[in-house]
Design a protein around this ligand. Structure first.
Ligand SMILES: *Cc1c(COP(=O)(O)O)cnc(C)c1O
Length: 334
């Protein structure tokens, strides 16, 4: 499976470490938990979007673009990593930020990822009322720039299209190689799922390498059925881009939606507990919007007895720590 035929710009520190988490494993008393450290991809505090951006920025440069345009929620990690990538390769960056989370503190639009977006020199447009289709809004913004003679390359929210998903196809290969090196028989991979590119890329990569490791996506936004359908559609489109004939059956796409809480970006007591647990057993930082809710899912599944003792779980740490200061009010107690 040759991915070198697709344009790619190196942005990430790869391979990311795959580390055993002994004290978290002991605290949960069930499966052996290994953490795939995609929070350590290196670019602008790291995270999962950097893998996708290697292929997206590669394509942008191949097309002669001068500006990256993308969109996300105010505290978007994807926007922050896109702004950092643009700075690194010398492109301009324009971002649309959606006020997606109700009841946020006064400094939510200044601190965390937004502060970093500014440091990376991105032009920020905060939308007063969120349009129904943020990707269409980003495309319209691209058209406006084009009419002014610029050469925009528009990246969908979360970098989730078949090009971006190639980053997680490679991650699946990386995990399989590391498991082979370590002699690990992996029973399940668990991670947070939002804009779907991470799960779709992993599913496509595992299908392409005939490594049938069950994958569980913990939803941070949508209910189970529409999230599974969206992941499945992108998995098939990614396999198509790769020219792989091995399909991905709909039943292989599995999402658990019980840990979203009141909504995207809104804290839950389980998330806060999971953040503290990882911090105090492993010195690891998770984030309130994505990886923390995914970890809350893993903690609950362990307590429910969803895994046998001695099973091997790889939990993908997708990053997101940069938003922690925006959630100071929720996390500061104790
Ligand atoms: C975007 C993001 C996710 C979800 O990945 P998708 O590819 O959008 O499904 C998970 N964790 C973090 C920290 C993220 O920023």
């Amino acid at each position: 499976m040759l991915l070198s035929r697709f344009p790619r710009t190196r942005l990430a520190h790869l391979p990311t470490p795959l580390e055993f988490a002994p004290r978290l494993t002991a605290a949960l008393g069930g499966p052996d938990i290994w953490i795939k450290r995609d929070d350590c991809t290196g670019l602008g505090t790291g995270g999962n979007k950097t893998r996708k951006l290697e292929f997206l920025v590669g394509e942008a440069l191949a097309q002669g673009a001068d500006t990256l345009v993308t969109q996300g929620a105010v505290q978007s990690n994807h926007v922050r990593q896109t702004a950092a990538a643009a700075a690194k390769v010398g492109l301009a960056c324009e971002v649309l930020l959606e006020r997606r989370v109700p009841g946020t503190p006064h400094d939510y639009e200044r601190t965390g990822n937004v502060l970093l977006d500014r440091l990376f020199g991105a032009t920020i447009h905060v939308l007063d009322s969120a349009p129904a289709d943020m990707n269409a809004e980003a495309e319209r913004h691209g058209e406006t720039l084009r009419a002014r003679g610029r050469k925009p390359y528009v990246i969908p929210g979360g970098g989730s299209n078949p090009t971006g998903a190639l980053g997680y196809v490679l991650c699946a290969f990386e995990i399989v190689a590391q498991a082979n090196d370590l002699g690990l028989v992996v029973d399940r991979i668990v991670h947070g799922t939002g804009s779907t590119g991470t799960q779709a890329g992993l599913l496509a990569g595992l299908a392409a390498t005939s490594a049938p490791i069950p994958l569980l996506g913990v939803s941070v936004r949508r209910p189970r059925a529409p999230q599974e359908d969206a992941v499945h559609a992108l998995t098939l489109a990614t396999l198509d881009k790769l020219g792989v004939t091995a399909g991905c059956a709909r039943e292989h796409v599995v999402v658990d939606d019980r840990f979203v809480g009141p909504g995207y970006g809104q804290p839950t007591p389980e998330m806060v507990e999971a953040l503290r647990l990882a911090a105090r057993t492993e010195g690891l930082l998770f984030d309130p919007v994505y990886s923390g809710k995914a970890l809350a899912g893993l903690v609950a599944l362990c307590r429910e007895g969803a895994f046998r003792k001695g099973e091997t779980i790889i939990f993908i740490h997708t990053g997101g720590q940069a938003s922690l200061p925006a959630y100071e009010a929720v996390l500061a107690a104790e």
